[in-house]
Ligand binder design. Structure first.
Ligand code: ZN
Length: 345
């Protein structure tokens, strides 16, 4: 019997109960942080031992920090007690308030070198990123008014984080003692090229960050070509990370958003299936009309797309074309920031 089935029989359907059983008893607590993005909450994990530690930090904002403090108090702690903040990947919903928490508590921030580069140079990275997003969307055929909207939205969101000094650089493969377990840092590129998750191989529990979520397929965000490892294709990397994680036989995944996942192998299989179907959909659209721009494909794949999600959607269609290029089905016809493709004959 799988561990998940056993709990189902015991009537523990609710993920919170799973957490109570498998994680809370070991001193791992889920804190939920709000964000300025409607409907988006972030999971922050508070680990009591060996020192009070947060896995990821919420976005910057007094209300958000007060909310987190309110959840720590019944556990006998406050944000002032935090000694370590471990950041899984360099997105603002996972590190935005790290500097504020570090300032009030003296906490150290730990991250891998690539993530640290973003965290420490946040202002410069934002400038470069904003320029990249504008060019990427222009070249993808997004209308100028929508590109301008994405720029304004970026300006709005970037205020919810600030630079933070990283005290300790973590290495992939390194083991961190947490909650009486030994959590190994596993590199799981895909959502970003720099995502890591932390795996307790003995207890089969992992903090998965945004690499593995229950209700959302982690979006492969387009990145500046200069930031990417040579030959990197986000969906190839994502699929390969997913297969590697499926083989770990995890009992419980603790994600960066949404519910915990018991026996996440099923979720991994569903994500791989979803990814294949979406690649097929993009291949079908482009196969019959190879003159379409990336944005015209986006309009077919995501009808009625909210304006705030344009960069995510264009990133996703680009990622599938990029995967199709890796599979020898399409060919890029431009240089620099990718935008034009043709069918391979
Ligand atoms: Zn996130």
């Amino acid at each position: 019997m799988e561990p998940g089935e056993e709990m189902k029989e015991a009537g523990l359907e609710n993920a919170e109960h799973v957490l109570v059983d498998l994680a809370k008893g070991r001193g791992i607590h889920l804190l939920e942080a709000s964000t300025p993005v409607p409907g988006l909450k972030v999971n922050i994990y508070f680990v009591e031992r060996p020192v009070p530690t947060l896995i990821d930090a919420p976005m910057k904002g007094a209300l958000c920090l007060a909310g987190l403090n309110g959840q720590l108090q019944p556990l006998g702690y406050s944000l002032d007690d935090i000694e370590v903040i471990i950041v899984t990947h360099p997105h603002i919903d996972h590190f935005g308030a790290a500097a504020d928490i570090a300032e009030m508590s003296g906490a150290q921030v730990w991250a891998t070198e690539n993530t640290a580069r973003w965290l420490e140079n946040y202002d410069d990275e934002c400038l470069e990123e904003e320029r990249f997003q504008k060019t990427f969307l222009d070249r993808a055929g997004v209308p100028a008014d929508l590109v301008a909207h994405v720029g304004r939205y970026f300006q709005y969101l970037k205020k919810f984080a600030c630079p933070v000094r990283v005290s300790r650089l973590l290495e992939v493969g390194e083991v961190v003692e947490l909650a009486s377990g030994r959590f190994r840092l596993e590199h799981v590129p895909g959502h970003t090229p720099w995502c890591v998750m932390m795996v307790d191989d003995r207890e089969k529990i992992a903090f998965t960050g945004d690499f593995l979520l229950k209700d959302i397929s982690s979006n492969p965000l387009a990145q500046r070509p200069s930031k990417l490892p040579a030959g990197y294709r986000s969906l190839e990397a994502y699929a390969s990370s997913l297969r590697r994680v499926a083989a770990m036989g995890l009992a419980l995944a603790l994600p960066g958003h949404g519910e915990m996942m018991r026996n996440p192998r099923k979720r991994v299989a569903a994500l791989l299936g979803f990814m294949n179907a979406r690649t097929g959909q993009v291949a079908d659209i482009f196969g019959t009309r190879p003159d379409l721009t990336i944005y015209e494909i986006v309009e077919e794949v995501f009808p009625g797309l909210p304006r705030d999600e344009i960069f995510l959607a264009v990133s996703e269609v680009f990622a599938h074309l990029d995967l199709l290029e890796g599979n020898g089905i399409v060919l890029r016809t431009d240089e620099g920031i990718p935008s034009r493709y043709t069918l391979c004959r």
